[in-house]
Design a binder for this molecule. Sequence first.
Ligand code: C2E
Ligand code: CA
Ligand code: CA
Ligand code: CA
Length: 280
Amino acid sequence: AAKATGGQLVAYGCELDERAEAAERLGADLRHSLDDGDFRVFYQPIVELRGGRIAAVEALVRWDHPVRGPVSPAAFIPVAEDNGLIVELGEWVMRTACRQFATWCHELGDRAPEYVSVNVSARQLNEPGFPDVVIGILAETGVAPNALLVEVTETALFAGQTAIEAVETLHRSGIGIALDDFGTGHSSLGLLRTVPVDVLKVDKSFVDEITTAGRRAVIVDALIHVSNGLGLRAVAEGVETAEQAAYLRDLGYPYAQGYHFGRPVPEPSFEPYVEPAVRL
Ligand code: C2E
Ligand code: CA
Ligand code: CA
Ligand code: CA
């Protein structure tokens, strides 16, 4: 029995090793892909629930791995955070998104979205000089500070005082701050007292409850009151059905995002979203 246990321990140890090696390989591939330009930015519409206007877009990075093909950000962002490449990758995403936004403003005039939303990780926020990098990108691309929304998570803000100060500096410069995946952390509400926030992105898990467990939709209901009470703008994330969209609109959610309105794509259409006619 002792031998069997020993064998299991060895097997377990090897498995950990393999996982670490896989992450290391992925990390090395990230480095090459950054140099070779294998990343792209997709944009997902953020829609006004009343009227269907596309108010904004969220920039979401995509990796076209030279051998494996598309790799999900959920798989490679954590690796890039661990090895620090997220700093360079994140700066590239920010610059690409701002350039693209400037192009839309020139091409579309009044029909251009109001702002572009960009995800920023803990590692980036803790990098000294991060706010200057962002302000530099705005100057370089000609994008106004209030046309950029920086999405941060609660976890990123708990990474340290530098992160909080970075958010404060960005906010003082006129850049919008969104709390992403709102409600999934340990003290989301407490954070609203200490960090300047403009937008609450209410996590998909609460939106899902609208259709799966009527009783618990009470959370999306509570969060719109929190948002309105604090003078913030709420965006409901991960809206997949017309039923969810209607429910959120009736609760008073001003904005929503999700596959129901549009998936992330390289070139979104900025035509107002029209609810498909109900077929009887
Ligand atoms: P997130 O910031 O919460 O972004 C929303 C994610 O939900 C995106 O996944 C989006 O494609 C997906 N989504 C949107 N609507 C729906 C829906 O109706 N149903 C479902 N099932 N999913 C929906 P994606 O693009 O795979 O990104 C995953 C996460 O990776 C992001 O979550 C974000 O945390 C991170 N990420 C993506 N791009 C970047 C980036 O440029 N920088 C950083 N730091 N993180 C990024
Ligand atoms: Ca986000
Ligand atoms: Ca989110
Ligand atoms: Ca998320």
